[in-house]
Design a binder for this molecule. Structure first.
Ligand SMILES: Cc1cc2nc3c(=O)[nH]c(=O)nc-3n(C[C@H](O)[C@H](O)[C@H](O)COP(=O)(O)OP(=O)(O)OC[C@H]3O[C@@H](n4cnc5c(N)ncnc54)[C@H](O)[C@@H]3O)c2cc1C
Length: 326
């Protein structure tokens, strides 16, 4: 594992819907006070899916409170059921969580920040906006949603940021103009973005085209739902007769490992690239869902991150497994 995790128990303290498909869940740890953690952190939770314990991550909403964690969960359609399990929680129920950790390495020394959230990607951004606002530092937040009704925490955010909160609602035909926004930023500004894969890719393109320092664009993904619907596909293994089926609700990484074709992995979110394996050929199309490879590498499709990426059709891969070597 990448982080040394400590697990502890909480009680569900309160639940409320903050948008039609987003439910806020407040957790009270058994052993307060909560130790300081980096803003933008998330916790892992153990959630029951079909009676089986599964792990899911949820960003902490807002700045640290001493005795409560606040998370908000979007009910994901066509999913393996983690978010549904979270929605099944009720006040008073018990849940096991990990200590908070952060994937967002934020440079707090700048004078200007551009925050961008797409949909549920607002959750880690709220605490960051609040901390910057409290320090009286230049911050603007672009919040892209399908409709105003889908936007969670609008009241809290507009009280905090006033006209520095810019909501872009697709149903009203407003869309964030990434190239113009990036060109208008002061030189020292950094952008922190959390949203769907297409938004991240577009931001990365616009950021580079604006001639800005790549490391000044910080982002977090929640896992991508890809460019094609999540469906069953087949994997053939070079140098073997094996042909495996990856069901709709499993990752290629899990299926390969279960079949004995050991593939090393780390983040399992398509960010670190540790699990990347060679693609030999593809009959159909690869649905790259990682943020590790560049757009050019994805187009070349010579490697794939099996933890998140999928295929339509049949993909032949080489995991470097050689039966004669065993
Ligand atoms: C650091 C971090 C922070 C997060 N913070 C939040 C948060 O604040 N709020 C929040 O709601 N969520 C957050 N998430 C996402 C959350 O952890 C869950 O992924 C989410 O709740 C969906 O879980 P699920 O089991 O319902 O859906 P999943 O089954 O994980 O499905 C999610 C999406 O992936 C696709 N999918 C389905 N099956 C597969 C498969 N086998 N392989 C790959 N993709 C598949 C589906 O099309 C669906 O759109 C965060 C994730 C990370 C990594």
């Amino acid at each position: 594992m990448r982080f040394a995790e400590q697990w502890s128990w909480c009680t569900v303290d309160a639940i409320r819907d903050v948008a039609p498909t987003i439910r806020e869940i407040v957790l009270r740890p058994d052993q307060p006070p909560i130790a300081p953690y980096p803003i933008g952190s998330h916790i892992n939770v153990v959630v029951l899916v079909d009676g089986q314990p599964m792990r899911r991550c949820y960003s902490l909403v807002g700045e640290r409170a001493c005795d409560l964690y606040r998370i908000a969960v979007r009910l994901a359609p066509n999913s393996r059921g983690g978010s549904r399990g979270m929605w099944n929680l009720q006040a008073g129920m018990r849940i096991e969580i990990s200590n908070p950790t952060s994937l967002l390495d934020i440079d707090w020394a700048r004078q200007n920040y551009c925050l961008i959230a797409g949909g549920i990607g607002i959750t880690p951004i709220i605490g960051i906006a609040s901390a910057l606002q409290r320090r009286n530092i230049g911050v603007q937040l672009h919040y892209a949603v399908k409709s105003h009704a889908d936007a969670a925490y609008l009241d809290e955010l507009s009280t905090m940021l006033g006209d520095r909160l810019i909501v872009h609602a697709s149903d009203q035909g407003t869309q964030i103009d990434l190239p113009a926004s990036f060109r208008a930023l002061p030189d020292d500004a950094i952008t922190i973005i959390c949203g769907p894969m297409r938004m991240l890719e577009a931001a990365r393109r616009a950021w580079n085209e604006a001639g800005r320092t790549p490391s000044d664009l910080r982002f977090e993904t929640f896992g991508s739902s890809g460019l094609f619907p999540t469906a069953e596909f087949r994997v053939r293994l070079k140098h073997t007769d094996a042909e495996l089926v990856v069901p709709q609700n499993r990752s290629m990484l899990d299926v390969l490992n279960e079949a004995g074709f050991d593939v090393m992995s780390d983040c399992q979110r398509g960010e670190c690239g540790v699990c990347a394996i060679d693609v030999v050929s593809i009959e159909g199309q690869i649905d790259h869902r990682d943020v590790f490879f560049s757009a050019q590498q994805k187009q070349g499709s010579r490697k794939i991150c099996p933890c998140v990426s999928r295929a339509v059709g049949t993909v032949t891969v080489d995991t470097l497994y050689r039966p004669e070597a065993i």
